[in-house]
Design a protein around this ligand. Structure first.
Ligand code: TXA
Ligand code: MG
Length: 471
């Protein structure tokens, strides 16, 4: 461990952060997939290799370990030790008033945390410890992206810091075998929020974790990109009717198909909170999932993007720095566009990236700056907005061009996430991060429709990331 006391004004030690490649094929299996009672790790993984190293680190230190789940990368710590759990908050820079999710490898491990710490009998097979209401969900969705709330027995075996003072705790059994084997080798449930720095988009690849937490943790297990791409759905079945608290990888429609969950209600907003395109007042929302660049979200209901994007570009361009009193810009705005289901390339503004329809860019790859292109006034000829004085921007009131010929309005870089909701969810956070890395000033995102499916999770995250929403 390298300790650097003078570390970027942060009151934390600076560690040498290592990414441990862990794309291992045989990671383990349930002894009986029908009961989910016991996750079994192959013997060789128990004695050596990256998983064993990470598990030892989790057992012996208070520095969290980043690991992949099927949703996003988590920042894990021994959920039974206060000092280890505090290490998560320290590394993330996250306020400790937000409860964490406990990750279990099998139901035997979970049952042991449903009885008080004073209980001595073996409860690992006691089926009735899990509330009936959750059984159909567990049967259908575990292991998988679903978190359930359970009563925290007193005295609890969990460190008090994980629940932030609540009487319940969140429990999930991830489906990523790497995560299950890490938990099993650690011998304890892992408390794990997403492994991003507080307020940033959740990480869906080891590089994202490294970018945010380099120097703040020692070990990142690299199991490749996450399959789901948005966090787990959080449900509370301890109240009546049951509530879906956070939309995520399992849709509310699927949950309502389960016995006892038919009338589950939404504990989250599934519409944008603003009814106009007015920017939200800063500080009005809890910033979350946000890249550095400002995010402008175009709700699916906002219609044809062409005039809106065009006028947004003109607006940005006109707000550029004034040189010698003229509207000459020192730098045209650099805009990222994230397309999903309906927008055609370059939002229909008759431009192409490098001559190809989808110049864009595979979602898991870093976007290269040379794939950006320039938009000039001439490109926007059909969509040029009428300015307040009634003239178009390219001409003065006499109808004469009053600007240098064809000035650059914006530099654009575009990412197409595909038109399947699953792919959009998988690539979303990565796209926001890629665009940030390229230094864009703003990101225009095409929203999608859908209230009951995973689109709800995508839109929930986007609305939280956005500083402006076009409805
Ligand atoms: O997919 C996921 O859930 C990821 C991966 C790493 O597993 N984890 C994750 O954790 O997203 P985190 O800490 O970023 O989000 C935890 C969510 C928060 O919305 C929190 O408010 C809610 O779960 N939560 C946890 N325990 C709760 C409780 N006892 N009552 C109400 N909400 C709770
Ligand atoms: Mg998070």
């Amino acid at each position: 461990m390298t300790v650097n006391m003078a570390c970027e004004n942060r009151d934390v030690q600076s560690f040498r952060t290592r990414i441990l490649p862990a794309k291992i094929t045989n990671l383990g299996q349930f002894e009986n997939p029908g009961t989910l009672d016991n996750w079994v790790v192959p013997e060789d993984l128990q004695v050596k290799g990256p998983l064993q190293e990470a598990a030892t680190h989790l057992k012996n230190t208070s520095i969290p370990v980043a690991f992949p789940t099927e949703t996003v990368y988590g920042l894990g710590a021994d959920a039974t030790r206060s000092d280890a759990v505090k290490g998560i908050y320290k590394a993330k820079g996250r306020p400790s008033d937000n409860p964490l999710i406990m990750h279990f490898c099998d139901l035997s491990m979970l049952r042991n945390f449903l009885v008080p710490a004073t209980e001595t009998r073996d409860v690992s097979k006691a089926d009735d410890l899990i509330p009936e209401i959750y059984k159909p969900l567990i049967k259908k969705f575990w292991p998988g992206p679903l978190t359930i709330l359970l009563n925290n027995p007193q005295p609890s075996k969990l460190a008090p810091e994980v629940t932030a003072g609540l009487s319940t705790f969140g429990a999930r059994m991830p489906s990523a075998p790497l995560a299950l084997s890490l938990i099993k080798l650690s011998g304890v449930p892992l408390a794990a929020p997403s492994a991003n720095a507080s307020t940033k988009p959740s990480p869906t690849a080891a590089e994202h974790v490294f970018h945010d937490l380099n120097g703040r943790i020692e070990v990142i297990l690299d199991g490749g990109p996450c399959q789901v791409g948005v966090e787990s759905t959080v449900v509370d079945g301890l109240c009546d009717p049951p509530v879906v608290l956070r939309p995520g990888g399992i849709s509310i429609d699927e949950i309502r198909e389960c016995a006892g969950w038919e009338s589950a209600i939404k504990g989250y907003k599934d519409k944008s909170e603003v009814g106009s395109s007015a920017p939200r007042a800063p500080g009005m929302k809890y910033k979350h999932y946000s890249p550095k660049a400002k995010v402008v979200l175009f709700e699916a209901s906002s219609g044809d993007p062409k005039p809106q994007i065009s006028s947004a570009l003109f607006e940005r361009s006109a707000n550029g720095e004034q040189v010698n009193g003229n509207m000459e810009k020192t730098r045209a705005p650099f805009i990222g566009i994230v397309r999903t289901k309906k927008w055609v390339p370059f939002a229909g503004l008759d431009r192409r990236g490098n001559g190809e329809e989808d110049a864009a860019i595979k979602i898991t790859q870093q976007v290269q700056k040379d794939e950006s292109y320039v938009v000039t006034e001439a490109d926007l000829v059909d969509t040029r907005p009428v300015l307040l004085n009634g003239t178009t921007s390219a001409k003065d009131s006499d109808g004469e061009h009053n600007k240098p010929s064809n000035p650059t309005i914006a530099h654009i870089i575009e990412i197409h996430l595909g038109s399947e909701t699953k792919h959009i969810a998988r690539g979303l956070f990565s796209a926001l991060r890629d665009l940030d890395k390229n230094g864009v000033d703003e990101i225009f995102v095409e929203g999608i429709e859908g209230h009951g499916d995973i689109a709800a999770a995508v839109m929930n995250r986007l609305r939280k990331a956005a500083t402006e929403i076009k409805t």
